[in-house]
Write a protein that binds this ligand. Structure first.
Ligand code: ATP
Ligand code: MG
Length: 350
């Protein structure tokens, strides 16, 4: 079949269940491409623990070069007990690739499709559909550190420009959703949060069609479990986003369902499931590939293939609703069988 559009994607399967779930995501995208008239040229590269074992560094130069040259990067998961405590770890590779690709925005959507699967009461969870937009390269994680035996400190700093660019990402995302941004900070205590609030308020003037409100992070944490439907887009800084997005990730019912995107300024974005390498189930064909497929759908959205992205999401939702469930959702379906069920639905819908 001839294809109108072609994309180059660097696949980094990584460690643990990473290769199993990315295999299904790649196959799902190929099926969607056949149905929607585009073609993906995939190339696969070592990254994380597997790269440490084979090459030394977790992010080999050849892997980074391939990512830079690609339209997008699809990542599985990295890490595992074998590499804990080394000088170079899979996690240092993750920080290095985010930095090298300038990925300052992390997007994590979570939607409750079936309230019966949520740990929250159905009446609270039903209809929840939240996107966390987290600043990824500033704040406490990257400020100067002093580490002593009796005293330690981490500097939290943000510049106006850093806040502006992440705010634009959040407001643009809200336009494609329900038009509401909740900026989360701790402006009653932190100077960085007061700057954050001022800058976000100023950026909001460019988006008169988007409603903005502000919330303290402690109140937001409570609201995520008592009334998540009040949120559309949550915009927040690095540390708060790390914590809130993990809290959010339990709402749909399994960590295996969710994907995330890390975006920079114009270069390739990186797309991955939010779960880790899950060494406890690696190699058993029982991981859910739904999160990796959602990551692939976010990638297709970013590439402009929004109809194919919608087809992937619909196929996943239909498969789960139709009872094709991996063990994390209480079923017995294999990872490979879930992937096949998704492809079958994409083919059938085409
Ligand atoms: P990391 O430090 O890499 O984030 P972690 O230990 O925090 O790792 P995961 O590796 O995500 O977290 O595993 C947490 C639990 O969730 C494990 O019991 C794992 O088996 C389970 N899990 C993770 N991903 C999936 C998946 N795709 N399908 C089913 N279960 C999963
Ligand atoms: Mg974790």
């Amino acid at each position: 079949m001839t294809s109108d559009r072609a994309y180059t994607v660097a696949v980094l399967p990584g460690d643990g269940i990473g290769p199993e779930v990315t295999r299904e995501a790649v196959a799902a995208v190929d099926a969607a491409g056949a149905a929607h008239g585009f073609h993906v040229r995939w190339s696969t590269h070592d990254f994380g623990g597997v790269a440490i074992d084979r090459h030394g560094p977790p992010l080999p130069d050849a892997t980074l070069a391939a990512c830079r040259a690609a339209d997008a990067v699809l990542l599985g998961a990295v890490g595992g007990p074998r590499w804990v405590g080394g000088a170079e770890t899979p996690e240092t590779g993750l920080l290095a690739i985010r930095k090298a690709l300038g990925l300052f925005a992390n997007l994590r959507p979570a939607r409750v499709d079936d309230p019966a699967l949520s740990p929250l009461k159905a009446g609270i969870a039903a209809g929840a559909d939240v996107l966390v937009v987290r600043e990824l390269t500033g704040g406490l994680y990257f400020g100067d550190k002093v580490e002593g035996d009796e005293e330690a400190s981490d500097l939290c700093r943000y510049s106006r420009g850093e806040v502006e660019r992440i705010a634009h990402v959040a407001f643009k995302a809200a336009r494609d959703r329900r038009g509401r941004v909740t900026s989360v900070d701790k402006a009653n205590v932190l100077a960085t949060s007061r700057l954050w609030r001022r800058v976000v308020t100023a950026v909001a003037a460019d988006y008169p069609d988007v409603a903005l409100d502000h919330m303290y992070v402690d109140a937001a944490a409570m609201a995520l479990v008592t009334g998540p439907t009040r949120f559309d887009v949550i915009l927040t800084e690095n540390l708060f986003g790390d914590i809130l997005s993990d809290a959010l990730s339990v709402l749909p019912g399994s960590i295996g369902l969710l994907g995330s995107a890390s975006l920079g300024d114009g270069g390739p974005g990186m797309f991955e499931p939010i779960h880790g390498s899950a060494p406890d189930i690696a190699g058993e064909d029982r991981a859910s590939p739904a999160g990796a497929i959602e990551a692939a759908a976010m990638m297709l959205d970013q590439l402009g293939e929004t109809r194919a992205a919608g087809a992937l999401r619909q196929a996943v939702a239909e498969a789960i609703a139709g009872g094709v469930r991996t063990p994390d959702l209480g079923g017995t379906a294999r990872c490979s069988a879930f992937g096949a069920a998704v492809r079958g639905r994409i083919d059938a819908a085409a």
